[in-house]
Design a protein around this ligand. Structure first.
Ligand SMILES: [Zn+2]
Length: 322
């Protein structure tokens, strides 16, 4: 509303109307405009704070939808990792075990991606934790799947060699031992029969009369024959696939070095040579250069019942013959 000003004129004794100058008018218009604009801006800001802009509202909605989808994705990655874990366990405990391959080392299975800055570019994002977490799971899945596929390649190779391996891996007893009564002492800590001290017995003893036939326990090549300190007359057979067998204290050796032998072939006779307290065969199985318990390598020979009986006999501490 426009204000109207009057001024008293003593000469005419009337009130004269005062008209504002152009400048005053412009100032008036500007003042009102600024007040209006100020009021508008304040109102706008108040609405913005309370309700947000329409586009911001949409963004927020889209963002929460994305977040929900990410959470679902993350959950599904958990499920996938769980399935993979079951496959890994089956691989280690069944497939690899069938072919007597070592399980894939945990350090290799669990190995992460190198570099701590790998996810740095994601750290600045909103919801960084969720995004990084999900990306890490995806990387883990990818890496572990890759390692698993390598392991299956390996198992496939083993399967191709399986028949040859079945013929070669030591799988019978080195002497005829139907009632198992020739089982003298097993693998493990035993009292030394001569020095009477506790000592690790890294093979299995079979008590049998002098000259009793000794059999190759798997296909292979004779790699050593002759006298060995402590062991007396000894034969070593290399079966391939990381397996070797040692036959010690023999009375006689009936094969030559370099000869190919098949499972069940007679290679020598039981004796009492070397550090020995009676006629017996000391038999060792080595896997990748390390002695293992031979009791697990009679599986073509022993029923489960016999196997359990043999464990009982082999645990007998008193009858070690060295
Ligand atoms: Zn022994």
């Amino acid at each position: 509303m426009r204000k109207v000003y009057y001024i008293y004129n003593p000469q005419t004794q009337t009130y004269d109307r005062i008209y504002p100058t152009i400048r005053q008018r412009i100032m008036g218009i500007l003042r009102r405009t600024f007040i209006g604009m100020g009021f508008g801006v304040v109102t706008f800001l108040i609405f913005l704070v309370i309700f947000g802009t329409p586009s911001e509202k949409e963004l927020r909605k889209a963002n929460s939808e994305l977040e929900a989808q990410y959470n679902v994705l993350s959950k599904r990655l958990d499920d996938a990792l769980e399935v993979l874990q079951a496959v890994q366990q089956r691989d280690d405990n069944l497939y690899r075990a069938i072919f007597m391959a070592d399980p894939v080392p945990t350090a290799i299975r669990k190995a992460g991606y190198g570099g701590t800055n790998r996810y740095e570019n994601l750290m600045n994002m909103a919801n960084a934790e969720l995004v990084v977490n999900t990306t890490q799971k995806l990387d883990l899945l990818y890496k572990q799947l890759y390692i698993q596929s390598l392991s299956f390649d390996n198992v496939l190779d083993l399967a191709k060699n399986h028949e040859e391996m079945l013929r070669s891996v030591p799988a019978i007893q080195p002497v005829s031992n139907k009632d198992l009564r020739r089982t003298a002492s097993g693998y493990g800590m035993r009292i030394d029969p001569i020095y009477k001290t506790r000592k690790f017995h890294q093979g299995m003893d079979f008590a049998a009369p002098l000259g009793t036939n000794i059999y190759a326990t798997g296909n292979g090549i004779v790699t050593k024959t002759g006298w060995q300190s402590g062991y007396g007359n000894t034969i070593v057979i290399d079966h391939g696939f990381g397996y070797q067998t040692v036959y010690a204290h023999l009375q006689d050796i009936r094969v030559k070095r370099g000869k190919k032998v098949i499972r069940g072939e007679v290679i020598g006779g039981v004796g009492n040579t070397g550090k020995s307290t009676g006629s017996h065969l000391h038999y060792e199985v080595h896997v990748k250069g390390k002695p293992v318990n031979p009791i697990n390598y009679y599986f073509m020979d022993l029923s489960l019942e016999d196997y359990n009986k043999m464990i009982e006999f082999a645990a007998n501490n008193g009858q070690v013959l060295d």
